[in-house]
Design a protein around this ligand. Structure first.
Ligand code: ATP
Ligand code: MG
Length: 185
């Protein structure tokens, strides 16, 4: 008998950095690691989660893709200007001191489209951050280094599958949606 649990796919919507942004984030991860230790996220796994969906049966993927296809939001520039550590889960992250309206609009729309498709998520879950390190020694991270702002041109969002392994997660893009160019930037 096929085991339905084995077929489930762990998925989430995210922003994936372009190459220059990845490069900068990877360097900052290195600096932070020298301070606070822990486990660096591999360069190719760095991302910003927009909406974590979790483990779903394969048929749900189509519904997620349709919902995402109904998002109509502008492309924007995302300024990453903040480094921080969270004590509760011991991650060090880069993010925005003041998330731009376009980012909140994109996330808000995505949540709305998911809800309209019968897949509501907990609202208030979104925190604009990109995990750089896990299991950091929180106290050793202070004072955090200055982050010279990174201006990341966000031109699309993606649906990603996560496969968890003992060496860390492996992510694969299932589908991508461009954001509208030439408006709101
Ligand atoms: P690992 O779980 O092995 O540490 P990971 O957390 O990077 O790896 P996933 O658990 O598949 O991999 O998570 C994928 C993304 O979704 C990550 O950015 C993670 O922070 C985020 N995420 C995971 N679970 C939740 C959740 N319950 N709520 C919000 N975001 C989540
Ligand atoms: Mg996780």
């Amino acid at each position: 008998m096929p085991d339905p649990d084995r077929e489930r796919r762990r998925v989430f919507f995210a922003l994936w950095p372009d190459e220059p942004t990845l490069e900068r984030l990877d360097q900052i991860g290195k600096q932070l690691h020298a301070l606070g230790g822990g486990r660096r996220m591999r360069r190719e796994t760095l991302h910003m989660t927009l909406a974590f969906i979790g483990e779903v049966p394969p048929a749900r993927i189509k519904i997620l893709r349709q919902a995402a296809g109904r998002v109509a939001a502008p492309a924007f520039s995302l300024r990453l200007d903040r480094l921080d550590c969270w004590r509760h889960n011991r991650i060090a992250w880069a993010g925005c001191s003041d998330p731009p309206l376009q980012l909140l609009t994109l996330v808000g729309q995505l949540y709305e489209r998911l809800e309209a498709a019968g897949l509501p998520l907990e609202t208030g879950d979104f925190a604009a951050h990109m995990t750089l390190l896990r299991n950091v020694h929180y106290a050793r991270c202070e004072p955090l280094p200055e982050l010279e702002p990174i201006d990341w041109p966000v031109a699309e969002f993606v649906l990603v599958e996560s496969r968890l392994t003992p060496e860390g997660p492996h992510y694969g893009v299932i589908d991508r949606w461009p954001l509208a160019q030439g408006v709101g930037t």
